[in-house]
Design a protein around this ligand. Structure first.
Ligand code: UP5
Ligand code: MG
Length: 199
Protein backbone atom coordinates (compact mmCIF):
# COMPACT_ATOMS: atom_id res chain seq x y z
CA UNK A 1 0.00 0.00 0.00
CA UNK A 2 1.02 3.57 -0.41
CA UNK A 3 2.75 4.66 2.79
CA UNK A 4 2.29 8.27 3.79
CA UNK A 5 5.36 10.11 4.92
CA UNK A 6 5.16 10.74 8.65
CA UNK A 7 4.81 14.35 9.78
CA UNK A 8 6.91 15.24 12.78
CA UNK A 9 6.82 18.01 15.35
CA UNK A 10 9.88 18.11 17.60
CA UNK A 11 8.94 19.15 21.14
CA UNK A 12 11.76 20.83 23.02
CA UNK A 13 12.28 22.78 26.24
CA UNK A 14 14.22 22.49 29.49
CA UNK A 15 13.81 19.71 32.02
CA UNK A 16 10.39 20.08 33.60
CA UNK A 17 9.25 22.69 31.09
CA UNK A 18 6.06 20.63 30.62
CA UNK A 19 6.78 18.81 27.36
CA UNK A 20 5.19 15.55 28.48
CA UNK A 21 2.22 17.24 30.16
CA UNK A 22 1.41 19.30 27.08
CA UNK A 23 1.94 16.40 24.66
CA UNK A 24 -0.65 14.41 26.61
CA UNK A 25 -3.12 17.26 26.20
CA UNK A 26 -2.32 17.62 22.50
CA UNK A 27 -3.03 13.91 21.94
CA UNK A 28 -6.43 14.33 23.64
CA UNK A 29 -7.38 17.17 21.29
CA UNK A 30 -5.55 16.58 18.01
CA UNK A 31 -4.57 13.55 15.97
CA UNK A 32 -0.99 13.13 17.00
CA UNK A 33 0.98 10.23 18.42
CA UNK A 34 3.25 11.16 21.31
CA UNK A 35 6.71 9.64 21.42
CA UNK A 36 8.93 10.73 24.30
CA UNK A 37 12.58 9.94 23.62
CA UNK A 38 13.20 9.96 27.38
CA UNK A 39 10.35 7.49 28.01
CA UNK A 40 11.66 5.21 25.25
CA UNK A 41 15.14 5.31 26.78
CA UNK A 42 13.77 4.58 30.27
CA UNK A 43 11.82 1.62 28.87
CA UNK A 44 14.93 0.33 27.12
CA UNK A 45 16.89 0.76 30.36
CA UNK A 46 14.31 -1.47 32.09
CA UNK A 47 14.07 -4.06 29.32
CA UNK A 48 15.38 -7.49 30.25
CA UNK A 49 18.38 -8.39 28.11
CA UNK A 50 19.00 -4.89 26.79
CA UNK A 51 22.66 -4.42 25.98
CA UNK A 52 22.30 -0.68 26.59
CA UNK A 53 20.57 -0.71 30.00
CA UNK A 54 23.64 0.19 32.04
CA UNK A 55 24.81 2.86 29.63
CA UNK A 56 21.40 4.51 29.49
CA UNK A 57 21.09 4.44 33.28
CA UNK A 58 24.40 6.21 33.77
CA UNK A 59 23.75 8.81 31.05
CA UNK A 60 20.33 9.68 32.45
CA UNK A 61 21.60 10.00 36.02
CA UNK A 62 24.39 12.27 34.77
CA UNK A 63 22.02 14.34 32.63
CA UNK A 64 24.10 13.49 29.57
CA UNK A 65 22.75 12.79 26.11
CA UNK A 66 22.74 9.13 25.09
CA UNK A 67 24.56 8.35 21.80
CA UNK A 68 22.09 8.87 18.97
CA UNK A 69 22.48 5.37 17.51
CA UNK A 70 20.52 4.06 20.49
CA UNK A 71 17.86 6.77 20.58
CA UNK A 72 17.19 6.92 16.86
CA UNK A 73 16.69 3.16 16.71
CA UNK A 74 14.09 3.34 19.48
CA UNK A 75 12.33 6.27 17.80
CA UNK A 76 12.33 4.69 14.36
CA UNK A 77 10.97 1.39 15.69
CA UNK A 78 8.25 3.16 17.69
CA UNK A 79 7.20 5.17 14.63
CA UNK A 80 7.10 2.05 12.47
CA UNK A 81 5.04 0.18 15.07
CA UNK A 82 2.48 2.98 15.29
CA UNK A 83 2.20 3.27 11.53
CA UNK A 84 1.74 -0.50 11.19
CA UNK A 85 -1.04 -0.46 13.77
CA UNK A 86 -2.94 2.37 12.21
CA UNK A 87 -2.03 3.84 8.86
CA UNK A 88 -3.70 7.09 9.87
CA UNK A 89 -1.18 7.43 12.71
CA UNK A 90 1.38 9.39 10.80
CA UNK A 91 1.59 12.59 12.80
CA UNK A 92 4.13 12.42 15.58
CA UNK A 93 5.13 14.60 18.49
CA UNK A 94 8.73 13.68 19.18
CA UNK A 95 9.28 14.88 22.73
CA UNK A 96 12.76 15.66 24.06
CA UNK A 97 14.66 15.09 20.82
CA UNK A 98 16.92 16.27 19.11
CA UNK A 99 18.94 17.53 22.09
CA UNK A 100 22.35 18.09 20.51
CA UNK A 101 24.29 18.10 17.26
CA UNK A 102 24.88 14.33 17.43
CA UNK A 103 21.09 13.78 17.75
CA UNK A 104 20.36 16.06 14.83
CA UNK A 105 22.95 14.42 12.58
CA UNK A 106 21.67 10.96 13.54
CA UNK A 107 18.13 11.99 12.68
CA UNK A 108 19.21 13.38 9.32
CA UNK A 109 21.24 10.25 8.55
CA UNK A 110 18.42 7.84 9.32
CA UNK A 111 15.21 9.78 8.73
CA UNK A 112 16.02 12.29 6.03
CA UNK A 113 13.53 11.81 3.22
CA UNK A 114 11.54 9.36 5.37
CA UNK A 115 9.78 11.95 7.56
CA UNK A 116 8.96 15.64 7.33
CA UNK A 117 9.79 17.88 10.28
CA UNK A 118 7.04 20.48 10.27
CA UNK A 119 8.33 22.64 13.11
CA UNK A 120 9.77 22.71 16.61
CA UNK A 121 7.32 23.33 19.43
CA UNK A 122 9.45 25.09 22.03
CA UNK A 123 8.33 25.29 25.65
CA UNK A 124 10.19 28.33 26.90
CA UNK A 125 10.39 28.09 30.67
CA UNK A 126 12.46 29.96 33.25
CA UNK A 127 15.21 27.73 34.62
CA UNK A 128 14.14 28.36 38.23
CA UNK A 129 10.64 27.18 37.36
CA UNK A 130 12.06 24.07 35.66
CA UNK A 131 14.09 23.24 38.75
CA UNK A 132 11.16 23.74 41.13
CA UNK A 133 8.88 21.53 39.04
CA UNK A 134 11.40 18.69 38.79
CA UNK A 135 12.27 18.79 42.50
CA UNK A 136 8.58 18.78 43.37
CA UNK A 137 7.98 15.85 41.03
CA UNK A 138 11.06 14.13 42.49
CA UNK A 139 9.22 13.60 45.78
CA UNK A 140 7.18 10.89 44.09
CA UNK A 141 8.39 10.28 40.53
CA UNK A 142 11.06 7.71 41.30
CA UNK A 143 13.07 9.23 38.46
CA UNK A 144 16.78 8.83 39.07
CA UNK A 145 17.43 12.32 37.72
CA UNK A 146 14.89 14.37 39.71
CA UNK A 147 17.42 15.33 42.38
CA UNK A 148 19.46 18.50 42.74
CA UNK A 149 22.74 16.98 41.57
CA UNK A 150 21.37 15.40 38.38
CA UNK A 151 19.16 18.39 37.75
CA UNK A 152 22.11 20.78 37.69
CA UNK A 153 23.72 18.59 35.03
CA UNK A 154 20.48 18.36 33.03
CA UNK A 155 20.19 22.14 33.02
CA UNK A 156 23.82 22.51 31.95
CA UNK A 157 23.34 20.04 29.11
CA UNK A 158 20.17 21.82 28.06
CA UNK A 159 21.83 25.24 27.95
CA UNK A 160 25.05 24.06 26.30
CA UNK A 161 23.75 21.49 23.83
CA UNK A 162 20.02 21.81 23.27
CA UNK A 163 19.56 25.58 23.09
CA UNK A 164 21.90 25.77 20.06
CA UNK A 165 19.71 23.21 18.26
CA UNK A 166 16.64 25.32 18.94
CA UNK A 167 18.54 28.36 17.65
CA UNK A 168 19.41 26.51 14.45
CA UNK A 169 15.74 25.80 13.80
CA UNK A 170 14.92 29.38 14.77
CA UNK A 171 17.14 30.62 11.93
CA UNK A 172 15.15 28.42 9.55
CA UNK A 173 11.92 30.02 10.81
CA UNK A 174 10.82 26.65 12.17
CA UNK A 175 10.35 27.38 15.88
CA UNK A 176 6.94 27.97 17.48
CA UNK A 177 7.47 29.24 21.02
CA UNK A 178 5.09 28.97 23.96
CA UNK A 179 5.66 30.72 27.30
CA UNK A 180 5.73 27.60 29.49
CA UNK A 181 6.16 29.22 32.92
CA UNK A 182 2.39 29.71 33.25
CA UNK A 183 -0.32 27.29 34.40
CA UNK A 184 -0.93 24.07 32.46
CA UNK A 185 -4.15 25.46 30.97
CA UNK A 186 -2.61 28.79 29.98
CA UNK A 187 0.28 27.00 28.31
CA UNK A 188 -2.13 24.73 26.48
CA UNK A 189 -4.08 27.72 25.20
CA UNK A 190 -0.82 28.90 23.62
CA UNK A 191 -0.24 25.44 22.15
CA UNK A 192 -3.74 25.37 20.69
CA UNK A 193 -3.29 28.72 19.01
CA UNK A 194 -0.20 27.34 17.28
CA UNK A 195 -1.67 23.97 16.27
CA UNK A 196 -4.89 25.51 14.99
CA UNK A 197 -2.85 27.81 12.79
CA UNK A 198 -0.45 25.11 11.59
CA UNK A 199 -3.17 22.57 10.85
N1 UP5 B 1 4.09 20.64 35.37
C1 UP5 B 1 4.07 20.56 34.00
N2 UP5 B 1 3.57 21.69 33.48
C2 UP5 B 1 3.28 22.52 34.52
C3 UP5 B 1 2.74 23.85 34.61
N3 UP5 B 1 2.40 24.55 33.52
N4 UP5 B 1 2.60 24.39 35.83
C4 UP5 B 1 2.94 23.69 36.95
N5 UP5 B 1 3.46 22.44 36.93
C5 UP5 B 1 3.62 21.85 35.73
O1 UP5 B 1 6.41 18.24 33.80
C6 UP5 B 1 7.36 18.26 34.83
C7 UP5 B 1 6.64 18.43 36.17
O2 UP5 B 1 6.03 19.72 36.22
C8 UP5 B 1 5.49 17.45 36.39
O3 UP5 B 1 5.41 17.14 37.74
C9 UP5 B 1 4.27 18.23 35.92
O4 UP5 B 1 3.11 17.81 36.57
C10 UP5 B 1 4.62 19.64 36.30
P1 UP5 B 1 6.63 17.35 32.48
O5 UP5 B 1 5.44 17.53 31.64
O6 UP5 B 1 7.03 15.99 32.87
O7 UP5 B 1 7.87 18.13 31.84
P2 UP5 B 1 8.93 17.65 30.78
O8 UP5 B 1 9.34 18.84 30.03
O9 UP5 B 1 8.44 16.48 30.03
O10 UP5 B 1 10.08 17.24 31.80
P3 UP5 B 1 11.10 16.05 31.73
O11 UP5 B 1 11.69 15.94 33.09
O12 UP5 B 1 10.51 14.83 31.15
O13 UP5 B 1 12.14 16.66 30.73
P4 UP5 B 1 13.57 16.23 30.38
O14 UP5 B 1 13.80 16.84 29.08
O15 UP5 B 1 14.54 16.54 31.44
O16 UP5 B 1 13.47 14.63 30.43
P5 UP5 B 1 13.42 13.53 29.29
O17 UP5 B 1 12.63 12.43 29.80
O18 UP5 B 1 13.09 14.14 28.00
O19 UP5 B 1 14.95 13.11 29.25
C11 UP5 B 1 15.54 12.54 30.40
C12 UP5 B 1 16.98 12.16 30.09
O20 UP5 B 1 17.01 11.16 29.09
C13 UP5 B 1 17.87 13.27 29.55
O21 UP5 B 1 18.39 14.09 30.57
C14 UP5 B 1 18.95 12.47 28.85
O22 UP5 B 1 19.86 11.95 29.77
C15 UP5 B 1 18.13 11.32 28.26
N6 UP5 B 1 17.72 11.57 26.86
C16 UP5 B 1 18.66 11.39 25.86
O23 UP5 B 1 19.82 11.07 26.13
N7 UP5 B 1 18.29 11.58 24.56
C17 UP5 B 1 17.03 11.93 24.21
O24 UP5 B 1 16.76 12.08 23.00
C18 UP5 B 1 16.07 12.13 25.23
C19 UP5 B 1 16.45 11.94 26.55
MG1 MG C 1 9.13 14.50 29.73
Amino acid sequence: SLMMKPQVVFVLGGPGAGKGTQCTKIVENYSYTHLSAGDLLRAERAREGSQFGQLIASYIKDGKIVPVEITIDLLRKAMEEMMKKDEKMFRFLIDGFPRNEDNLQGWNRVMDGKADVKFVLFFDCAIEVCIDRCLERGKSSGRTDDNRESLEKRIQTYLQSTRPIIEQYEKLGKVRTVDASRSVDEVFAGVKAILDREG
